[in-house]
Design a binder for this molecule. Sequence first.
Ligand SMILES: Cc1cc2nc3c(=O)[nH]c(=O)nc-3n(C[C@H](O)[C@H](O)[C@H](O)COP(=O)(O)O)c2cc1C
Length: 327
Amino acid sequence: MNSFGRILRVSIYGESHGAVVGVILDGVPAGIKIVEEDFLQDILKRKPGGKGTTTRIENDVPVIKSGIFNSFSTGAPICIEFINNNIRSDDYNQIVQFPRPGHSDFVAKKKFNSYNDHRGGGHFSGRLTLPIVAAGVIAKKILPDLKIRSNILEVGGNNNIEEALELAIEKRDSIGGIIECTVSNLPIGLGEPFFDSVESVLSHLIFAIPAVKGIEFGAGFSSAKMFGSDHNDTFIDASGKTKTNHSGGISGGLSNGNDLILRIAVKPSSSIPSQQESYHFGSGRIEKLIIEGRHDLCIAMRVPVVLEAVVSIGICDLYFINELKNI
Ligand SMILES: Cc1cc2nc3c(=O)[nH]c(=O)nc-3n(C[C@H](O)[C@H](O)[C@H](O)COP(=O)(O)O)c2cc1C
């Protein structure tokens, strides 16, 4: 569905080439100072324009429609909207009959009986991550002591990002990437047994980011190759700090007071600038496909701030649930 969260409830709406994309946040406490300028830094981090990103540049100005009065949250739902200005929908005319391999075009057409808005990927577009970033800004404001940072570890299997992007551009292809996110200053005990472990809640949110295909916490998949004696994180003090952090800051599904560390895999953009093949609904045959439109060649370049946003949202909700249970 398009809403997530128990107490901090985030709902997103809009389409890539519709009038707007936006977000409604319910459950934000009253009295948090929020002004338009607060959003600009994170919005800028998500903006394309750099190497390997789309040439569709929107002005991405946040319009606060409700829930903030005299620069403070009122306790009512906060609605923030972004107008879509830079649209070239004709680029997408062919995908109604000719779905892009690897994109949502085919499944969306089937599921919604062709009523889906196909333009620019419609509601499946990466553009929907803009209002998510705005929601993340507010979540970060609710929990100002949390330190959340994320960075790109590699793209196209190479930690030399410039080199990998150059190669993809030269090959007229797309590449994926791995992004790491670290959260410091988490209290001990966030997460709710059994089904709302920190890993479950964050994974649920993170897989909502289009093009995310994998996740690991702490030592993740390499844990399977370790001995327990190497994997176990030895406690070094009464606060629960550990010598190593193979658990990624989560034990038994609960935050354990050490840094929360996770990594995600982002796939290569499915809209590549080279010829491919696809099934054509009109002719009933497999035909040669050249994708039109403006696309990110390396989506991972734009995802770090989106990752921070969903992690902030998830932690905020878990924080509120924890508070409520401990009253
Ligand atoms: C910030 C961002 C930008 C994206 N830009 C593009 C793009 O330009 N072209 C494209 O084909 N996919 C792009 N995507 C990915 C698609 O939205 C995604 O692959 C598609 O909806 C299918 O979903 P799936 O890859 O999760 O299966 C982007 C995703 C994000 C998060």
